[in-house]
Every structure is written in C-alpha cells, then in structure tokens.
Design a protein around this ligand. Sequence first.
Ligand SMILES: Cc1cc2nc3c(=O)[nH]c(=O)nc-3n(C[C@H](O)[C@H](O)[C@H](O)COP(=O)(O)O)c2cc1C
Length: 422
Amino acid sequence: MRQLTNKRILLGVTGSVAAYKAGELIRELRRAGAEVRVVLTRSAAEFVTPLTFQALSGHPVNAELLDAETEAGMGHIELARWADCILVAPASADFLARLAQGRADDLLTAVCLARGVPLAVTPAMNQKMWANAATQANLDAMRGRGVLIFGPDSGEQACGETGPGRMLEVPAITEAVSELFTTGSLQGRTVLVTAGPTREVIDPVRFLANHSSGKMGFSIAEAAQEAGARVILVSGPVNLPTPDRVERIDVISAEQMLAEVQERVVSADILVAAAAVADYRPVQVATEKIRKTHDRLQLELVRNPDILREVKRAHPRLFCLGFAAETEDLHAHARAKLIDKGIEMIAANRVGAAAEDAEGVFGSDTNALSLLWGEDCVELPLAPKAKLARQLIASLAQRFDDWSKRTNGRGDNIVTLPGNRN
Ligand SMILES: Cc1cc2nc3c(=O)[nH]c(=O)nc-3n(C[C@H](O)[C@H](O)[C@H](O)COP(=O)(O)O)c2cc1C
C-alpha cells in the first residue's frame, strides 16, 4: 500500500447510502499514515453519526457553517488551510451540483470553495442519477476546473439496480489519494539533502550543537521522493523516522557530513543543504571528561568547513539550494549568501534573536520561507513544514528545469540567470 505519512486529508461525507463506507475509509487513510478530519453535510448526519467519525478520526467532526463556536476554533477557512487535500467520499449528486455552481451555503461547499489544495470527489449514486445529463454536465464543469473525479465503479447498487454509480472501493480510493502526492516533477533525478544539526565533540560526555530538529530537511527529502526523485538524506543527530524510500546516512560532526556529501554528491543532480552545520568545532577533543576544577574554562574553536561552498566549488554543475536563517534584513543577507556561495537558490527564514525563539522556529512543525534565485523571489507563507516542503520542491523543480534548459545542463552563468516568477 502507498504511504500517506503526515498528509492531512479533509474528508467530506455527503448524504449517500454509501456514507457508512467512509468509516472504513478513515481507518484505511490513517493506517497509511494520514491525519484525517471530517466534515459532514446535514444529510450525511442522517445516515451516519458524527460520534462514529469523531472516534475513528480522533478529531471533532465539523458539520455547521454558521456555528460561532466552531468558527472560533477551526472554521471553514482554517480547515481549508489545514488540509493538504480535500476528498469528498461519498459525493452525492446534489453535492456535485452545488460544487459545480460554486455555492458556499454549507460548511463542505464553503471549504471546497476556499481551498488552495487538490480536491477529489468519489461519486456514489443510483445509475440513472449518474447517467443524467445534468450530473454529467456538472462533472464536466468540475473537471474543467481541475477537480479530480475518482470512479465510480459499476455493479450492483443498494437500490437493487445494476450499472455505473457505485462508490469506488476503499483501497482504490486510498491508492488514488496517494497518487495525488506523486508529482513526477523530479522523475529520474537524484537529490541529496542534508538535514539536522551537527555535534562537535568537546569531551566524552559533552558537545556543541544547535536547536535544529531536522524536520524541514526530512520534509524536503520526503517531498523530493514524492516528486519522483531518488533521494539521499545525510542527517545529523535527530529524533525522526526515515521517510519512506529515502536512503539515509547518519553523521555526527560537520567534517563527517562533508565527507559523506562529497562521496555521494557525484551521482546527484541537486543538492539541498538544509542542515544547520556548526560553524566552529573545538580545536582539541579531550579524551577524558573535563573536570570542574577551575572557575573559568577556555574552549578554543576552529572554523568548520563550509559544506555548501566546498561542494559547489568542486561541482559547479550541481544545482544547489541553500538555507539562510537570519535575524534581520532577511532578503539582503540571503541574496548576499546566494551570490557569495555561487549557488542557484536560497531559502531564507527569519529567526528571532532570543534563544528560546530560535528553538521555537527550529523545533516547530510550521515555518515560512522566502525563496530567492537570480533577481527573483517567491514567498511561501506560514504552513506546516510538510506542506512547505512540497511547495519548495515544486518551485525548485521548475527552476531546475529552466536552469537545465538555459545552461544546457552545463551549469554556466547560473547566478546571474533570472528565473520565472511563480
Ligand atoms: C435512503 C436514501 C439514500 C440516498 N442515497 C443517495 C446516493 O447514494 N447518492 C445520491 O447522490 N443521493 C442519495 N440520496 C439523496 C440525497 O441524500 C439528497 O440529495 C441530499 O439532499 C444530499 O445532500 P448532501 O449532498 O448535502 O449530502 C439518498 C436519499 C435517501 C433518502
């Protein structure tokens, strides 16, 4: 079965006799790793109880648009923002008609209208309702607007008739949903991603490190894999599971990270340097634990290698995306880094000067980034890191394509080339 790890799926359930199957669908989506929130139409709540879906999804079920309490919590706009994709299963003929008209007079249609993510519907209805020209015209209108239609199946129906209109079976719906996250934009490419902090050893029990959690780098590795790339992830010490089908190499120090990257980058087309590599390491590593015998202790540090700079210098034809965490003048500092390191793209994020603020940004599940290349820039507003990573990979794939065409894969004149704005 395909994986849906960390994907946020908003499941709309409408008033069809197939609504009972949505319970099994929630379980299957969650088994594949997805987080599921449910929106019921009023009619659906006549077929199935919100309590069942609350228990199966692990979240309160949303049903009303004009409900002050719900809107104060996760209202229709927040629900649309939360989701990575909206799936309506089963989708009734009436719901399809409302969707085709662009109505927003109940919660589910309002969320669908406010979405910025893929929408898929799995129709379920009597075969004559399905064949009706009105239903087919509604479906055509929606296809024209990029709505995905999964199914229906053909066969025996609840009403006793036989024909097309049965809702797709649950495993087929789950498979189709996971396909939504496979873009193919980096098909055939190899992407090397660095992630996490590095640890610079002081003595057998102490080290220098930073707040990086590795979440952003791991999300990027996952998004690159979903986009069809072979992904090699070189990670510092983090407490994260390896994304599915990603080759992971664990390292501790900056020097180890450089060595692993140098060894593996020869087969890569793209390097995404998301690791927070320590700038300095102790000149000497004490072989025994340093005792607290003095009031003051001086630790002499030496500069660590700049991994991105060294690798780019050795492999000018490698497409490189770096990261810049800045406390002020975000764009100016990031652009200076872009030019100074001779790389193709940079992702900049603002971090607070206070240590606890920095910890918040690094450890958080959300982030916002400015993506800069050439003279151009695109803002990726605050979003879960998994969603942000997919947007970043989509933009990177586009830039990489432009760059490959313009430089004929030679990687010449990269820094001065303007890209296209999204
Ligand atoms: C017992 C029963 C079963 C129904 N099954 C379906 C169905 O499978 N598909 C469908 O499109 N409508 C079906 N309907 C009609 C819808 O429930 C009705 O059009 C309703 O307004 C849909 O509301 P909603 O789209 O807001 O959920 C059924 C109605 C009843 C009474």
